[in-house]
Design a protein around this ligand. Structure first.
Ligand code: NZQ
Ligand code: ZN
Length: 389
């Protein structure tokens, strides 16, 4: 295992009705009478009455809400720039995201953009490290991206979808009320479950040796996600299942499952090109197509790890060669994706017209290569996109 340092200052407040405390929770960091930019999406938070409750909680805690709606899935730079101007105009002292990953990411980007003199897009294209940020808080309405505890931000600008990261944007407080998930459509439930599985897999599939402690935690987390994901497919108002998924999704991406090991992230790199190519593609559904193809291409780089996955996560039993067991493991994972109703190829995802060569070229343009389990160069990535057909 490698050396590491870990600090996760996100105060996590979990359970029914806890969002009504958001004003008081923010006051722990933000002085009285401060303007707070409340960022939300296309309307679900408004329609459910959540936004109004949040606004009342802020006012009751002597904070001044300034609302900014309209974040789209795969959030756009233009929205972030608008938010930065509004935040500066009102001299906001903190940002409160009310939504899923897209809303939280847009909020984080606004938070680093407000004190920055240049264009906020520099953080994504030039990999400039943020040195200052407004504090970010979140009320989660969709467990998926894990942005409520992560240091990452993903923003799109036209057909470019790029990531940035800084401990400064990790929310100082995040509220997870599983009852807020009851209104999620089936597509978002599925996409969220697959996204959180993938966040663990990006770390679990490592070449770092002797990672037993984190491996065993990751394996049971993946089993828990699959079990409860299938429960939610049957009953989207199963509070107990939402509790497990809400918790798992948040921890899946807070860094815990990568402690002391080299992480991969090639599947995310390839998926981001798909949801940048067509911004109506949902990240988690894109991953459902990418991950099995990635597995088929890379397993030979460490068969032992894939046998472990097949046995301990997918429950493959019986004798066989490593390759047979691995193939059974990948097949079992695909069966799970099918049960969740996920697309199984680029055609079902609506991306059959995307050109593998173009996607692969863009995927490596800034990083040079993707992944660490098996470093993937442009020619490898073209082949993996072709496997998704
Ligand atoms: O906009 P509204 O009307 O709120 O509708 C949203 C949106 O259409 C809807 N929704 C959210 N909560 C709801 C709800 N509908 C009904 N009831 C509720 N309670 O769900 C739709 C999708 O929302 P979005 O925020 O886009 O989904 P998600 O949380 O999956 O976030 C996806 C984004 O996060 C990025 C993805 O690339 C994508 O851009 N990621 C961010 C990461 C990070 N910051 O650490 C890591 C991830 O790997 C991921 O890349
Ligand atoms: Zn993801």
């Amino acid at each position: 295992m490698n050396n590491f340092e870990y600090s996760n200052p996100t105060r996590l407040v979990f359970g029914k009705g806890e969002e009504s405390r958001i004003g008081e929770l923010m006051r722990a960091r933000v002085p009285a009478m401060s303007p707070v930019l409340v960022v939300y999406g296309g309307g679900s938070a408004k329609e459910s009455g959540l936004l109004e409750r949040i606004s009342e909680s802020l006012k009751a805690a002597d904070l001044v809400p300034i609302e900014l709606g309209g974040v789209t899935p795969n959030p756009q730079l233009s929205f972030v720039q608008k938010g930065i101007l509004l935040a500066r105009e009102h001299r906001v002292k903190a940002i409160l995201a009310v939504g899923g990953g897209s809303v939280i990411d847009a909020s984080k980007a606004i938070a680093i953009g407000v004190p920055y003199v240049g264009d906020v897009w520099d953080f994504f294209t030039k990999k400039i490290t943020p040195t200052e940020a407004l504090p970010v808080a979140a009320v989660l309405t969709l467990p998926a991206a894990g942005s409520e505890q992560s240091i990452r931000i993903v923003i799109s600008n036209g057909d470019r979808k790029l990531g940035a990261g800084s401990p400064l944007v990790r929310p100082f407080v995040s509220v997870i009320d599983p009852e807020l998930f009851f209104t999620l459509p089936e597509k978002q439930i599925r996409a969220g479950v697959i996204d959180m599985m993938s966040h663990i897999m990006e770390r679990y599939f490592t070449q770092t040796k002797n990672t037993d402690f984190v491996d065993s935690q990751a394996e049971s987390a993946m089993k828990t996600i699959m079990k409860n994901g299938l429960k939610l497919k049957k009953n989207p108002k199963d509070y107990d299942a939402w509790c497990q998924i809400g918790l798992a999704g948040s921890f899946a991406h807070n860094g815990y499952y990568g402690l002391g090991q080299v992480e991969d992230w090639a599947s995310h790199g390839m998926e981001h090109e798909l949801s940048a190519w067509d911004t109506t593609i949902t990240h988690g559904e894109g991953l459902a197509v990418v991950v099995p193809a990635w597995m088929k291409y890379v397993w030979h780089a460490n068969p032992k790890r894939f046998v472990q996955f097949a046995r301990n996560v997918m429950g493959v039993k019986g004798e066989g060669t490593d390759e047979e067991i691995i193939r059974k493991g990948i097949k079992a994972f695909r069966r799970f994706l099918k049960k969740m109703g996920a697309p199984k190829n680029l055609k079902e995802l609506g991306a059959e017209k995307a050109d593998p060569k173009e996607l692969a070229k863009k995927a490596v343009e800034i990083p040079g290569k993707l992944g660490n389990f098996l470093p993937l160069y442009e020619k490898d990535i073209v082949k993996i996109y072709k496997l998704m057909r």
